[in-house]
Design a protein. Structure first.
Length: 274
């Protein structure tokens, strides 16, 4: 057998295993509880195959065995996954009217962003009436260190998470990727910037991701006070000039606070003097 055909067989087998595992979850969702023999029969596989698939699902918390009967049911890990999806859907829904008002007020593009691994992930976007060339950000990922949204999210992560992310995106000389001449490329400088961002309650990025692009971002908090996202206004530097930044910062901070309250946050939104 050739190497290429062997790789194909392995890929086919892996896809089949994933398909069977997902089918098990669907069966458990429909029936509530099932034994290994029942699952094997419904899948049309040997009992040992069903047992291995269930063991994998159980290891990830997606299925769990009932101790008194030996049958399986859906695991609590699915609640964690569903909860994450629900939070994303909720924050988009709750932020949309505020984002529209902010876009109309500033004339610029408003983005809603979350932390995803070592990058930002753009969940929603509302274009302002002044937008000439629209950046389609939804679904896009950007570097944390080179964006106002990214630094807002990273500034409110735990120190351990900050350390892990900075280590992951730094080279062996602790340098960060430069996207423009204005990008922060020193890990130490980034750490200092994160302290400032957390203290003042917002961040501003000018020409750091792209030359000519300015962005202002502020944190969105959940009911427990933890930062769950970032709301930003971005636009060309010739419109978001220095004399407009103060008003834009205030508008973004107020809007992010309004989204936070819609997400259940009852604390005080703070911002140092602009």
């Amino acid at each position: 057998m050739s190497a290429s055909s062997g790789t194909g067989d392995e890929t086919t087998g892996s896809v089949q295993s994933v398909d069977r595992a997902l089918t098990i979850l669907e069966l458990l969702a429909a029936d509530g509880e099932l034994g290994v023999t029942q699952i094997a029969g419904l899948l049309g596989v040997h009992k040992s195959t069903a047992s291995r698939l269930l063991a994998t699902l159980e290891a990830h918390g997606l299925a769990e065995q009932l101790p008194d009967r030996g049958r399986y049911q859906l695991g609590v890990g699915l609640l964690r996954l569903a909860g994450s999806t629900r939070v994303r859907l909720d924050i988009v829904r709750e932020s949309r009217p505020i984002a529209r008002a902010l876009a109309a007020d500033t004339g610029e593009t408003v983005n809603l962003v979350i932390l995803s691994g070592t990058e930002t992930l753009y969940l929603d976007q509302v274009e302002g009436p002044s937008a000439l060339q629209i950046h389609h950000w939804v679904g896009r990922r950007n570097p944390l260190h080179a964006t106002a949204n990214g630094r807002v999210l990273l500034a409110h992560a735990s120190r351990a998470e900050q350390d892990a992310i900075i280590a992951a995106i730094s080279d062996d000389r602790r340098r960060l990727p430069a996207l423009t001449a204005r990008t922060v490329t020193s890990a130490e400088a980034l750490r200092a910037a994160l302290v400032e961002v957390r203290h003042r309650g917002y961040d501003v990025a000018v020409d750091e991701l792209e030359i000519g692009l300015t962005a202002v971002a502020a944190p969105v908090r959940g009911a427990d006070g933890e930062v769950i996202g970032s709301l930003s206004v971005s636009g060309p530097g010739f419109r978001l000039t220095t004399d407009r930044l103060d008003d834009t910062v205030r508008a973004v901070v107020v809007a992010a606070g309004a989204v936070s309250r819609r997400m259940g946050f009852s604390g005080t939104v703070t911002m140092t003097a602009v």
